[in-house]
Design a protein around this ligand. Structure first.
Ligand code: SAH
Length: 212
């Protein structure tokens, strides 16, 4: 079975599982091929709906979760400026890059940061800026953001991230004990009030302080 065939099947599966945004499904099908974001040893599994190892003990998230998080940000309103915390392979950032005007993504593991930066450059994605550092405090110098997506699990809600949302902006973040499953929380800013919803139960690698 060709990778293209498998990618088609995965997108059909996401649609059956309730992903509704045709714009997003089209990006995942035609613009950002997941097999280019995994190590060569994982190529044959790239279109399975599972997380995969990307080195340094980290993983590229499951496609359904990438789609669910991205769709939630998209449905909440326009996405001009977006922040992702936890670049990993760069897959989620590349997808956001096709849907938002400007994306900032930050990674604390230098080798992953360097690889993702090269990969995005080779795919000619120019509106995603890769930064190396600790993203747990957000990125004040580029705030406010219409969307903040945290791709690692936090033990607590991070008030700095809420502060960096624009009016109407959305934060999506897995919160809970990092060795177990987490609540996928979705916050929407209205003035200084934040509406909170739990979208799903998820299992992410932990958000860690500092850089490596
Ligand atoms: N979005 C990624 C998957 C990320 S896995 C993808 O599409 O491939 C989570 C990533 O978050 C890991 O690479 C981990 O190193 C990173 N991370 C954890 N804590 C962090 C922090 N405080 N700041 C920045 N990145 C962090």
């Amino acid at each position: 079975m060709s990778l293209e065939f498998q990618r088609n099947a995965l997108i059909e599966q996401l649609r059956r599982e309730g992903i509704r945004s045709e714009r997003l499904l089209n990006v995942m099908l035609n613009e950002v091929p997941r097999h280019l974001f995994v190590p060569a040893s994982e190529t044959n599994f790239s279109y399975e709906d599972i997380p995969l190892p990307i080195g340094s003990g980290q993983t590229i998230s499951q496609p359904y979760i990438v789609a669910r998080m991205t769709e939630a940000l998209l449905e909440g309103g326009p996405l001009n400026r977006v922040l992702e915390i936890g670049t990993g392979s760069g897959y989620q950032a590349a997808i956001l890059g096709k849907l938002a005007n400007q994306v900032y993504t930050i990674e604390r593991i230098q080798t992953l940061h360097e690889q993702a930066k090269k990969r995005l450059a080779s795919l000619n994605i120019k509106n995603v800026e890769c930064l190396y550092g600790d993203g747990s405090l957000g990125l004040k110098e580029y705030a406010p953001f219409d969307g903040i997506l945290v791709a690692a699990a936090s033990e607590a809600i991070l008030p700095n991230l809420l502060d960096q949302l624009a009016e109407g902006g959305r934060l999506i973040i897995p919160v809970g004990a990092t060795f177990e499953s987490q609540d996928l929380l979705y916050f929407t800013r209205k003035g200084n009030e934040f509406n909170k919803e739990c979208l799903d139960i998820v299992r992410f690698v932990p958000l860690r302080p500092g850089v490596a």
